[in-house]
Write a protein that binds this ligand. Structure first.
Ligand code: TEU
Ligand code: CA
Length: 558
């Protein structure tokens, strides 16, 4: 088999920062760029190679920065362009690259293009967005926005509707218009010239819509599903090839597409080995709430994910992308609950052990791993006792639609779903120490700090050699020093086990065997029996033959 092409982004570990909740440097309660700069030595110590920065551009914050009103300016609360330049320079000095979030499926409705576009039907910016006439006096079709309600908003001034796959303050750009592509590519080149190291592309799989705009299947009895008509649409690969030609191929950068609705076959195109589009994509199969455990309503559930399901999906992606496309690895991000709470066990008795186990399962697989801020110290989900305490627009709108307007679910059950998989879980402030507000701010934090910060914080983690932090540090170090972890071929083991996640990686004459107990019970497991080799990492110091202890993880190179 041909030797796989070696590149820096295949060997890298990425750390995602959600700036609003990372570190506040000036006491206004909101995380900012200078807060990130101050903590670069912490990230260098962890050993990560790249920061993916959630959006820092100017934004009215209807969706916390995923609604951009100026792509070439910095959000006022986060600092200035000088602060950005300094952060970039300092990051590079600490051997850390910076990947920007690129949100170009939509803009804010406060972006200058949209302000012009909505003025009149003959405005030069009209075709920058997707405008349609009413159908029988109503919305052009039945599509539901990803944030509940219709995906169409009527605009009095011109008597037409505009499309917004997300909030009504996030109108979708019309990528069919070559002027839109010119503007986006110019803006991307401008950031690349500044010296940034890549892009994470927000819902990039949604930029090309089915030109027929047909009604979607009605799932929850209210609206129709837009996904089949907006994900992986007819021109998406054409547009990304054009982007690659006109921007990406000119720089030594990495790209990861957030690809809602992506299948393995589509991923092979987006992330093909010829690198004609993107370097890799995020898929949602193992984190999509309703797919992964029985749905309660729409995407919402409070049922825990089953090992067999999660493993089936991850293994399938490992095996099928081999040699064809590069993959990405993640358990959580700013849209997902905390990894240890969802896939491990956040009970204080098991939190540390299971956080390490869950990390092992992911970090020994093939692909580029992503660590979400706080994951490296085993931060947990948050409990919200009222919708008034929630911040996320997705949660608030879902509550309004399902609980208030349509009485389809009780308030109690909806909140149980938010506790289990709501996006707010990931957005509570980073826990730095046991002082007031977890050391996140000297002022009043913009969002509730998880009350467990006295036990779970970076200062405590750095003082404890057995902490989750040092385990992540070691996983990252191993990836940097052990080629089989980056380039080895993946082979599933024990695919019928209800308790153990096990697999092998092979490269040249070496084998890496990984065995992880997904449960809080001791379980029988023989995949490591008789293997003589070097134990690269484990969350237990003593082992027993033929069994794995609760949440035990072991990795042997032989
Ligand atoms: O997310 C897109 C997406 O498809 C989902 O993960 C979404 O957050 C939601 O959970 C759908 O149920 C991206 C960003 O990551 C997210 O933060 C933004 O809100 C969204 O796009 C719009 O820009
Ligand atoms: Ca601040």
């Amino acid at each position: 088999m041909a030797q796989e092409k070696h590149t820096w982004w295949k060997e890298a570990v990425i750390y995602q920062i959600y700036p609003r909740s990372f570190a506040d440097s000036n006491g206004d309660g909101i995380g900012d760029l200078n807060g990130i700069t101050e903590h670069l030595p912490y990230l260098e110590k962890l050993g990560i190679d790249v920061i993916w920065l959630s959006p820092v551009y100017r934004s009215p914050n209807d969706d916390n920065g995923y609604d951009i009103s100026d792509y070439r300016d910095i959000m006022t609360e986060f600092g200035t362009m000088e602060d950005f330049d300094r952060m970039l320079k300092e990051a590079h000095r600490h051997h850390i690259r910076i990947v920007m979030d690129l949100v170009v499926n939509h803009t804010s409705d406060e972006h200058a293009w949209f302000i012009e576009s909505r003025k009149s039907k003959d405005n030069p910016y009209r075709d920058y967005y997707i405008w349609k006439d009413p159908k029988n006096g109503k919305e052009p079709n039945n599509w539901e926005s990803c944030f509940s309600g219709s995906a169409w908003q009527f605009d009095e001034a011109t008597g037409q509707y505009y499309l917004h796959c997300f909030s009504k303050k996030q109108p979708d750009l019309n990528w069919e218009n070559p002027k839109v592509r010119d503007e986006v590519f110019d803006m991307m080149n401008w950031w690349c010239e500044k010296g940034i190291d890549g892009f994470r592309m927000d819902v990039i799989s949604m930029i090309s819509k089915d030109p027929a705009y047909p009604d979607g299947p009605v799932n929850d009895g209210v609206y129709g599903d837009l996904n089949p008509y907006v994900c992986n649409g007819p021109h998406v690969h054409e547009y990304l090839e054009e982007m690659n030609r006109r921007v990406l191929s000119k720089y030594d950068i990495m790209t990861v597409g957030e690809a809602a609705g992506v299948t393995i076959d589509e991923a092979k195109k987006y992330a093909n080995s010829n690198e004609s589009e993107l370097n890799m994509v995020f898929h949602f199969e193992h984190t999509d709430g309703s797919a992964n455990s029985d749905s309660i309503i729409g995407k919402w559930t409070y049922n825990p994910p089953k090992l067999s399901y999660v493993r089936g999906i991850l293994n399938k992606w490992q095996v099928e992308l081999e040699g064809k496309a590069w993959g990405s690895l993640y358990w959580d991000n700013h849209d997902q609950p905390r990894a240890v709470s969802r896939f491990g066990n956040d009970d204080p008795k098991w939190r540390v052990l299971s956080a390490k186990m869950v990390a092992t399962v992911l970090h020994m697989q093939k692909g580029t791993p992503y660590v979400y801020q706080g994951e490296e110290i085993g931060m947990t989900n948050m409990h919200f006792s009222s919708v008034k305490d929630c911040n996320d627009i997705e949660e608030k709108n879902a509550y309004q639609q399902y609980v208030v307007d349509h009485h389809m679910i009780s308030s109690e059950d909806m909140l149980k779903c938010f506790d289990a998989i709501g996006r707010d879980n990931a957005r509570t402030p980073m826990q730095w120490n046991a002082k007031e507000h977890a050391g996140f701010t000297t002022g009043t934090p913009w969002f509730t700090v998880n009350p467990n910060y006295k036990e779970i914080n970076t200062e405590a983690a750095l003082a404890d050699p057995d902490s989750v932090f040092y385990y992540y540090q070691k996983l990252i170090y191993l990836r940097h020093t052990t080629p089989i972890i980056v380039y080895g071929v993946f082979h599933p083991l024990l695919e019928d086990s209800d308790c153990v996640y096990a697999y092998e990686r092979t490269l040249d004459r070496q084998t890496l065997t990984v065995a992880c107990n997904w449960t809080d019970r001791e379980v029988e497991c023989h995949v490591l029996d008789g293997i003589e080799g070097e134990e690269l990492i484990s969350n237990y110091t003593d082992h027993k033959v033929g069994v794995l202890q609760p949440y035990e993880a072991r990795v042997i190179l032989h």
